[in-house]
Design a protein around this ligand. Structure first.
Ligand SMILES: [Fe+2]
Length: 280
């Protein structure tokens, strides 16, 4: 399926699943699609994205002018937080993904969606990966969290906790919200790279917005085919980093005894910031 939407040719894959981005072979139309997406999100995210994201975008020099060259971004990232971007052809196996993160390498896809897919694409493309994920890697605390996540992933694989840990990534890195003195803000890349969900996640009455609780998050299933029914809200990246600092081994043992919760569930023990009306 991916071949159909890759206009520029991707060179062969290496053992760690990395490829060359092939930046020189992007077409004018592919750069133009980036521009369209960028300009659209720029308008929507003012006052909605967290300050750390906006600062990262600016610090990286990621702009409307076209799909960025990963080599240039890696130079800036390396100097700031010691991260770099590696190009991959699509989703990579979990162990490869964790290994990259644990070594401060962020795997990014290279292809960009077509104009027919501007509003929704189920798999990650370069706009999601670079625009959505990479700016926060400029933030030292978030950068440390991502490395710790990668190391946790390597461990979880051995401990049988991968499905629990995947939910943590989903509800933070991909779909996280943050409470700030200025109001609720977005930091999850799945939201930041989506026009519709940028508004839905903050303003729609339908979804629940619950205070972040590590065990609660790791107990909760998520939806991959629609906007989220529940968002978990952190107070700061420091809170997130500290909550996920301890050894997860006893957590996985505890979680094995608990039922999985459906995405729309609200428990009496939840810290409810907003109880959703649901979409029924
Ligand atoms: Fe992502």
């Amino acid at each position: 399926m991916m071949d159909a939407i890759v206009a520029h040719r991707e060179p062969s894959t290496r053992a760690d699943f990395t490829i060359d981005q092939g930046w020189d072979s992007y077409t004018d139309e592919e750069h133009a699609i980036w521009r369209t997406l960028f300009e659209r999100q720029e308008k929507i995210l003012a006052g909605r994205a967290c300050d750390e994201f906006m600062a990262g975008l600016e610090g990286l020099g990621v702009a409307a002018d076209g799909i960025p060259d990963f080599r240039r971004l890696s130079d800036v990232l390396m100097k700031t937080t010691g991260w770099q971007i590696v190009a991959v052809p699509g989703l990579v196996p979990d162990d490869i993904f964790f290994e990259h993160l644990a070594n401060r390498r962020f795997p990014s896809t290279c292809f960009i969606r077509t104009r027919a897919q501007l509003d929704y694409l189920q798999e990650p493309d370069v706009f999601h990966d670079i625009y959505g994920h990479v700016p926060l890697l400029m933030n030292p605390v978030f950068a440390d969290y991502m490395e710790a996540y990668g190391k946790g992933g390597v461990k979880a694989t051995k401990l049988g906790g991968l499905h629990n840990l995947a939910r943590l990534y989903w509800y933070t890195v991909e779909f996280g919200l943050m409470r700030t003195p200025a109001g609720m803000r977005i930091y999850g890349s799945g939201i930041l790279s989506s026009k519709g969900e940028s508004i839905f996640s903050l303003e729609d009455p339908a979804p629940n917005r619950l205070g972040f609780d590590l065990m609660r998050v790791m107990q909760t299933n998520y939806r991959i085919d629609d906007y989220q029914e529940t968002y978990f809200v952190i107070d700061s990246f420091e809170q997130l980093f500290e909550a996920t600092g301890p050894d997860f081994t006893p957590y996985y043992q505890d979680l094995a005894e608990r039922p999985n919760l459906e995405p729309g569930t609200v428990l009496a023990t939840d810290r409810v910031l907003h109880r959703g009306t649901g979409r029924g």
